[in-house]
Design a binder for this molecule. Structure first.
Ligand SMILES: Nc1ncnc2c1ncn2[C@@H]1O[C@H](COP(=O)(O)OP(=O)(O)OP(=O)(O)O)[C@@H](O)[C@H]1O
Length: 562
């Protein structure tokens, strides 16, 4: 360990420049005549696929020449060159960490294109302008034209890069009152079926997406979207479905499957099926509910004479959109099973899913050398899931001093809105109690709280009444609080994917954000492993005299290839 005299440096938020990828986009033409891999997974333990759902049991190939109605032209090849630079921090003197402006957008991932250039209809463009969305993000400008051309897609882009609008806007271009004018002969307003089903793994995320759709539809048409999240009153949801005849439903797998099984959700004519946080939806917990959803949504019975026998022909009717910041190979396999010639859409590239290999589900040419990455697909999924502007630190302390370290960390960074993660629900109350005893506004958020309790706490956190939200994995995915400027891991996440989703609650849409992992000495090797797997520097630090001090020499970072 370096001594105080030789190795203490000051962090002025930003000594380490973002490491990003060097990506080359294939110029290959889209694969329309393609080989489709139907399934190859273990039925009992593997991820959810057609095989695990009992629809297909063997690895199969099928050649299809079927063309989608519009051919997608891949964007011109582009190469982004980012250099990994580690600026030496000064070895003398100590400077204060700058006060953060949580809403300052440093490196927002906005694209060169405008919304009108993406082919969105005029009414939707008007709504976007009213809501203050003026420029699309990179992933939006790449994904929107692809989805508008009817392709099944897997959208992968880092946390907070705007994936929700990337799929909502093309859906709203085709569904509901903002859609494109129908071709002459079509009768507008006649359709009463549900046209889009959006599935999310948690109530909070479901409600967040639901509100985003409501907002875009505007006050006059907000009943055209219905939430079907668990924890809410089911009969009221069923009544609303009957009365309002929504075009879009957003919900959690359990509640959607439940209402569908009761015969009160008619989705056979559904055109869009979105699986948000798809890698989470593939987990064992959701297996039965997802089975029902995949079997029923967008499956028109009798629409195609081959349909009854041929699952591929039947599923041709719905467009699958799968989304996550982390895309392990299990998602790629699932996309091959459920989609028709699906495309992998990333911020600046589109490639056929067929070209994705198990060793590299997403472009891995960036942050770290491939040799330094584990071959584990889950680990690979975490690479490029982190916003490039995030800063990562870890601080070693004893278990009983963790809350105090958190308090000092919040003061040192002058953080206004903090999410602190722990692994077990039982410990959250105690942590909140200790923080409040030290004069810091804090609240706990977890699944055992009632629906009302959860939404009240989230509201208070969003409006600044609660400074520190102490929570568990429930809040790690999707939660969008723009003001959150600090994430603290009071306990280590289980793996790099979980680290990425937790970390992604801050630094959203190019804003500044800091992630501090508070750990005990024997856990430091896990932090080092996370650092290697994620390909980002995680610097050792201390909080002394109200300042964050980096305690790790540059040489150590160089050792891990950063
Ligand atoms: N074009 C845009 N202009 C301005 N703000 C935008 C734009 N697109 C999205 N946003 C805002 O950026 C924030 C992050 O977007 P979103 O939640 O869709 O990110 P995400 O990529 O889905 O993140 P995660 O992976 O964590 O779910 C949201 O508050 C959203 O309203």
């Amino acid at each position: 360990m370096p001594t105080l005299a030789t190795a203490r440096f000051l962090v002025l938020a930003g000594d380490v420049l973002p490491l990003r990828k060097l990506s080359h986009i294939s110029k290959r033409a889209p694969l329309y005549a393609s080989v489709r891999f139907l399934s190859r997974t273990d039925r009992d333990n593997g991820p959810l696929t057609l095989a695990s759902l009992g629809l297909k049991s063997d690895f199969e190939f099928e050649t299809t020449n079927k063309k989608r109605k519009n051919n997608f032209q891949q964007p011109e090849a582009s190469a982004e060159v980012f250099r990994s630079k580690v600026k030496p921090v000064k070895s003398t003197g100590i400077k204060e960490v700058q006060v953060k402006n949580p809403l300052e957008i440093e490196g927002a991932p906005f694209a060169a294109k405008s919304f009108p250039e993406l082919g969105l209809p005029p009414l939707l463009l008007e709504r976007l302008e009213k809501e203050g969305f003026t420029v699309p993000t990179d992933v939006q400008s790449t994904a929107i034209p692809v989805i508008l051309k009817d392709h099944d897609v897997v959208i992968q882009s880092y946390t907070g890069s705007g994936k929700t609008l990337a799929y909502l806007l093309p859906i709203l271009s085709e569904v509901g009152p903002l859609k494109k004018k129908p071709p002459s002969g079509d009768e507008p307003g006649k359709r009463t079926d549900i046209e889009a089903v959006i599935v999310a793994p948690s109530r909070e995320l479901g409600m967040q997406i639901f509100r985003e759709v409501e907002k875009l539809l505007g006050p006059g048409d907000k009943k055209l979207v219905q939430q079907l999240v668990g924890g809410a009153n089911r009969s009221r949801q069923e009544e609303a479905l009957k009365k309002n005849k929504p075009a879009i439903v957003v919900g959690t797998p359990g509640r959607i499957a439940e209402i569908s099984a009761a015969g009160k959700l008619h989705t056979h004519g559904c055109r869009f099926l979105v699986l948000d946080e798809v890698d989470e939806l593939l987990s064992f917990n959701f297996r039965d509910d997802m089975h029902r959803i995949l079997e029923h949504v967008g499956r028109k019975s009798g629409a195609d004479p081959c349909g009854a026998k041929n699952p591929i022909a039947r599923r041709a009717d719905r467009q699958m959109i799968m989304v996550s910041a982390t895309v392990p190979f299990s998602v790629i396999r699932a996309a091959r099973s459920w989609g028709q010639d699906p495309l992998l859409v990333q911020a600046k590239s589109v490639s056929p899913i067929e070209s994705v290999q198990p060793s590299g589900p997403v472009n891995l040419t960036g942050h770290a050398s491939s040799s330094s990455l584990s071959s584990n697909s889950h680990t690979q999924a975490a690479v490029e899931s982190l916003p490039p502007a995030l800063k990562h630190y870890y601080c070693v302390t004893r278990g009983q001093h963790k809350i105090d370290t958190l308090r000092r960390c919040v003061h040192a960074l002058d953080a206004k809105s903090v999410i602190a993660f722990m692994n077990h629900t039982k410990q959250l109350k105690d942590a909140v109690f200790k923080l409040e005893a030290r004069g810091m506004n804090a609240a706990e958020l977890h699944g055992d709280l009632g629906k009302l309790g959860r939404s009240t706490i989230l509201k208070k956190f969003k409006n600044g009444e609660v400074r520190v939200l102490v929570t568990n994995e429930l809040s790690a995915r999707g939660l969008d609080v723009a003001e959150c400027d600090l994430v603290v891991n009071l306990e280590l996440p289980t793996d790099a994917v979980h680290y990425a989703h937790r970390a992604g609650r801050t630094g959203r849409l190019g804003r500044k954000g800091t992630v501090v992992t508070v750990c005990e000495e024997p856990e430091v090797f896990v932090v080092k492993k996370l650092q290697r797997q994620l390909g980002v520097p995680i610097q050792a630090c201390e909080f002394t005299e109200g300042k964050l001090l980096v305690t790790e020499e540059k040489a150590k970072n160089e050792k891990v290839g950063l």
